[in-house]
Design a protein around this ligand. Structure first.
Ligand code: NAP
Length: 183
């Protein structure tokens, strides 16, 4: 595994081990590149390798909607990185529907698996290591589409409030939830 210095010469994340889900394209790929430039060791995951991650980035093929996928990702993180200091849950998304009542049952299930349970499972496997070491950061990429409610995306918009509730119930020794914005 190699690391690359960024243009400003700062290596703020040197020595840090980062796992970014869905890092082969889009926002996840941009996060991977930034982490790499800042000196972190990076592992990413996607279902396919059609868009290859940058050189020097570890990759594990897995579907994080499933328990088996989450376990494969966590096992690879232990094997490749030896643990995780920064965990970015970037995988997520949804297809729009005509109205809230037109969202089919399987789409609700997929939304929960993709946008919520994927993170719950990987956290359950990797957050204890952070707790033992007394440090770590977990970032959930969400969406500003959570407000105001838009029926075509109701199954997607449920994700942030649920996350806030989950993070609020975490042990007192864990970092408190914060937030940033995406479009
Ligand atoms: N794009 C936007 O305008 C926008 C706006 C607001 C919020 N967001 C949020 O930002 C995040 C990234 O969005 P994006 O548009 O950059 O995503 P994207 O272009 O669709 O990329 C998604 C990445 O996740 C991987 N992925 C998808 N499903 C997966 C699965 N089940 N298991 C493992 N990997 C999977 C994809 O690779 P494979 O397909 O090969 O698995 C790819 O690497 C999402 O959480 C999204 O909700 C995006």
């Amino acid at each position: 595994m190699t690391t690359v210095e960024n243009g400003s010469g700062t290596r703020m994340l040197a020595g840090k081990r980062a796992l970014v889900t869905g890092g082969t394209r889009g926002i996840g790929a941009a996060i991977v590149r930034q982490f790499l430039d800042a000196g972190a060791q990076v592992l990413t995951t996607a279902r396919s390798t059609t868009s290859a991650p940058p050189e020097g980035v570890g990759f594990v093929a897995a579907d994080v909607r499933t328990r088996a996928g989450a376990e494969a990702v966590a096992a690879a993180a232990q094997e490749v990185l030896g643990g995780v200091d920064i965990l970015v849950h970037n995988v997520g998304g949804a297809r729009p529907h005509r109205s809230a009542l037109a969202i089919p049952d399987e789409e609700w299930q997929d939304g929960v698996d993709l946008n919520f349970l994927s993170s719950v499972r990987v956290d359950a496997l990797l957050a204890p290591g952070m707790r033992e070491r007394g440090s770590g950061a977990i970032v959930h990429v969400s969406t500003a589409a959570v407000a105001p409610p838009a029926p075509p995306f109701l199954h997607y918009q449920r994700r942030r409030p649920r996350w806030r509730a989950t993070a609020g119930g975490s042990p007192p020794s864990w970092p408190r939830p914060g937030s940033g914005s995406t479009p």
